[in-house]
Design a protein around this ligand. Structure first.
Ligand SMILES: NC(=O)c1ccc[n+]([C@@H]2O[C@H](COP(=O)([O-])OP(=O)(O)OC[C@H]3O[C@@H](n4cnc5c(N)ncnc54)[C@H](O)[C@@H]3O)[C@@H](O)[C@H]2O)c1
Length: 421
């Protein structure tokens, strides 16, 4: 491994082809010894993999991920290191083990944007904008106003309904307690919505009313919400948006894919990958399914294993997987928990109300704040052109997907969920 350093950035290059191809970039940097890498340096490992299906960047936390020839649901379970183990430079291995290395795929045209961004800027607090001030957007806003003071300086708000903006700006700015710091809420002009570090998308056009016969309220919205999201995804491309595009609208995972594909396609229909990169889009829907599983596990001792040992995966509707325990996986208990979590939505609807408070706060507010802090949380991340909900965190060196030793039966379920996305 060769180490080149420029402005506190260490570029680790193993492959001569990469060294040759990026000679001009490296000409500004100095070849250094491993011992000269400092604690404060940012460290990057470069690969060249096909764009589109492979992530632009991620935290390289396992040698099994180095130069992988595929990315699929195996990212969720521990990678086989294979022969690489024997060939790996022990110095570089120590950097991987310390979780200091961001892997960057040089075939993405905007790969340089990853240097110093994860894609949030290193300096905090950040600016966050919310587009869509309906029930979910308004509750998310209230939650972030109350709890986001340490991490968010301003929350910009936009809705096509001007009165909603006027209402929420006044209501939010009239929340005050002497000595308590809270983000400032400001109304946005449509042209300024990408002037932020995180854009939370909570727009919807049609939500089946309470009492309607439609069972899958999420998928019923795909066509209409896709149309609006396409417009915003194109705007993100035009604005050369570098921050995080967080999608809460339904169906979350499918809409993440729409955003990825649309923003990376030019006017002639050619994919040029000049829009939102894989690491810039995340879907926020699984947080509430985990919260619902916890709710039921707390009420039934037979399901209590979930509280300490369980995991949630997949979309927050059909395809959801609640695993009662990773170490003692039980298909029946897991299926019970999955069905209970899935029906929680309908249980609230049966009371005559649309369920949006727990989703906006568990999937949205608390999970977004965890993302900003760099903490583990549930959200959907890019895997092989799709977005799958799983436990992950956004480290300084990129997204880290939690990889566990999963039982085979659970892996098989994940494969079905993933292929149906
Ligand atoms: N992620 C989750 O966990 C979760 C949970 C529940 C609901 N949801 C989803 O969140 C979405 C929003 O739900 P809601 O209950 O707030 O809906 P809502 O109908 O109350 O609000 C939608 C808002 O979008 C605005 N809007 C519509 N078109 C717009 C446009 N082009 N630009 C800007 N704003 C526009 C509307 O004016 C409205 O204020 C839905 O898709 C819903 O299914 C997600």
């Amino acid at each position: 491994m060769k180490y080149f350093k420029t402005n506190s950035k260490v570029l680790c290059i193993q492959n001569e082809a990469i060294e040759k191809a990026f000679q001009s970039l490296l000409s500004d940097s100095n070849l250094i010894e491993f011992q000269n890498i400092e604690e404060s340096d940012d460290i990057y490992y470069f690969t060249i993999q096909p764009k589109g299906d492979f992530r632009r960047s991620f935290l390289l936390d396992s040698i099994g991920l180095m130069n992988a020839d595929k990315e699929d649901i195996s990212l969720l379970y521990q990678q086989e290191a294979g022969d690489i183990q024997n060939n790996i430079d022990p110095d570089f291995l120590s950097l991987i083990k310390a979780q200091r290395v961001m892997s960057i795929n040089l075939s993405h045209p905007n790969w340089k944007d990853c240097l110093g961004n994860n894609p949030l800027p290193a300096s905090k607090p950040i600016h966050l904008n919310i587009v869509g001030l309906g029930d979910v957007g308004g509750t998310l806003l209230t939650g972030l106003k109350l709890t986001g003071g340490n991490h968010i300086s301003t929350i910009g708000i936009y809705d096509k309904d001007e009165n909603k903006m006027l209402r929420y700006e006044q209501e939010m700015e009239q929340i005050h307690f002497d000595g308590l710091s809270m983000p400032k809420v400001i109304r946005l002009d449509e042209n300024d919505i990408f002037d932020c570090d995180v854009l939370a998308f909570t727009v919807a056009t049609f939500i089946p009313p309470v009492g309607s016969e439609i069972k899958d309220v999420r998928m019923a919205q795909l066509e209409q919400n896709s149309k609006i999201l396409k417009i915003y995804a194109k705007k993100a491309r035009e604005a050369k948006f570098k921050g995080l595009f967080a999608i809460l609208s339904d169906p979350v995972d499918q809409l993440c894919r729409v955003a990825y594909e649309q923003s990376n396609t030019d006017d002639s229909g050619t994919k040029d990958y000049l829009g939102l990169a894989s690491d810039q889009i995340k879907g926020y829907g699984l947080g509430v399914m985990h919260a619902r599983a916890v709710y039921h596990a707390k009420r039934n001792p037979a399901l209590a294993s979930y509280l300490e040992e369980g995991r949630a995966y997949g979309p927050h509707g059909k395809g959801l997987i609640i695993a009662n325990s990773i170490d003692n996986y039980d298909e029946d208990l897991s299926e019970q928990l999955t069905q209970l979590a899935l029906h929680s939505n309908l249980d609230v609807r049966a009371t005559g109300f649309k369920p949006y408070i727990a989703p906006a706060l568990s999937s949205g507010c608390l999970s977004l704040l965890a993302t900003i802090r760099g903490d583990w949380h549930y959200s959907s991340v890019f895997i092989n052109g799709k977005f799958l909900g799983c436990k992950n965190r956004l480290t300084k060196s990129g997204v880290q997907i939690e990889a566990l030793a999963l039982p085979e039966k659970l892996i098989n379920k994940l494969a079905v969920t993933f292929s149906d996305l």
